[in-house]
Each structure stands twice: as structure tokens, then as C-alpha cells.
Design a protein around this ligand. Sequence first.
Ligand code: ADP
Ligand code: UDP
Length: 236
Amino acid sequence: MEKRELLYEGKAKKVYATDDPEVLLVDYKDDATAFNGLKKGTIAGKGAINNRVTNYMMRILEKEGVPTHYVEEISPCETLVKKVSIVPLEVIIRNISAGSFAKRFGVSEGIVFEEPTIEFSYKNDELGDPLMNAYHAFALGLATKKEIETIKEMAFKINAVMKDFFRKLKVDLVDFKLEFGRLSDGTIVLADEISPDTCRFWDSETHEKLDKDRFRRDLGNVEDAYKEMMKRILGE
Ligand code: ADP
Ligand code: UDP
């Protein structure tokens, strides 16, 4: 597969065309941003870790029957994926209170929910990714009712698989963000990434944060946290 023109440069990844119109090449960067781009920095080694962690998770999910955009990892920071039209929703699943949930509802972090929650935000940087419900998404024509149902079912299934996987690594899966897209035939698949950038991971015993909150909140040892997650997930 040949790498062609740069189609898009985002905050964490670059997306290139390839000689196959149905396939894109994603290149993971070490750049880190938080608070809608207000805080900027780099995390050495993050690109390779997020690439490898994402692909590992995508392969597990595929095995469990979740369709994903994953095609092939071709270098430490580069992966081929099926081109999708992204549904402009950030789908957030939470098992434990943290972050914007704790802030919005005035509760402490660390409340373990009896059932996972789901929420959507409109993927729109200019508007600051506002929270929206399924009716809003449908009213704005972002997705059909059937697509929203499919996305919800897939997101809870992904949570069940991931919770179980991380429990065995002595990691609590606190919350995470997913993105979904449509293949050219309309099939909804999991897209984008699953990494310490997009998930909150807490060590089950020490409750130490092993994710991007170390960068967001200036907690130090950011690189070590990413490395530790890669070590637990990939065993190296
Ligand atoms: P952002 O756009 O939020 O800065 P990134 O730096 O991660 O994010 O850029 C990657 C972009 O590629 C995102 O906009 C994401 O929605 C999009 N994307 C992820 N997977 C695919 C895919 N399979 N096909 C097309 N676009 C994708
Ligand atoms: N998240 C993300 N991208 C975003 C917003 C959130 O990957 O643009 C992830 C975040 O890492 C966390 C979960 O989604 O694992 C929930 O984030 P929250 O709503 O608490 O927002 P934050 O605290 O990041 O502002």
C-alpha cells in the first residue's frame, strides 16, 4: 500500500490517502492537547504507544465480534484503516465518576456506578464539543435513529469487553471516548483510537492515574504512565 497525500492533520494524528480509495493511513503523533486545544505539549513516545495500544484493542474487539476500521499496523506509529465517514459524535461511556461528569453534577471522582452510563457530545471543536442527546443528534441529521441504536449497543458491548480485559491487568476502566464511522456500504464500525489519550485508567490497587489526566492536571510522570499501560496491555 502506497502513502499518498496528507488529507487531514488533527491534534493527535495525521491522516493520509493511500493508493486504495477505501483505505487510509493514520500516523500517530507525540503531540498532546487538552481543554479543547488550550493546553499543548508533547509526550515522548506517545505516538507509538497509542498506535500499538489502539491496534491491540481493535484486534481484541474484532475477535469479540465488534466490527472496527482496523486493517494493519505497518510501522511503530502508522496503521492502515478502512476509510469511514465519521459520525460526528464523541460517544462517552463511564463506569466510575470522573472528569466533566464529576464537575457537571458536583460529585467526587471515584463513585462506582451500578450500571455504565453513555453520553454523546457533538464533535465540533469550534463549539467546544457540546453535550447532546440522541434526539439532538437525530434532529441535526448527524445519524439515523437506527445508527444511534447500533452505536449505543456497540459502545456497551465494547465496554463489557474492555472492562473485563483491564480488570485482569489490575486496571479500573473509569471512562472512555469512542468514535464510529460508516463504511461505503453504510455499515457502522468502530473508528479512531482507544488509548491512554481517550480512556481513564486507574491502577486497581493504588488508584494511581495511568492516562492523559497526568498531562491535563500536571501530575508528572506522564511518559511513565503511558509506558506502564503499554507494558500491561502488550506485555512489553
Ligand atoms: P482531532 O480531529 O480531534 O484533532 P485526531 O488528531 O485524532 O483528532 O485526528 C484524527 C481524525 O481522523 C479525527 O478527526 C477522526 O475522527 C478521524 N478518523 C479516525 N478514524 C478514521 C477513519 N477510519 N476514517 C476517516 N477518518 C477517521
Ligand atoms: N475524551 C476524549 N476526547 C475528548 C473528550 C473526552 O478522549 O475530546 C475522553 C477522556 O479522556 C475521558 C472520557 O472521554 O476518558 C470522558 O471525558 P470527560 O467528559 O470527563 O472530559 P474531560 O475531563 O476530558 O474534559
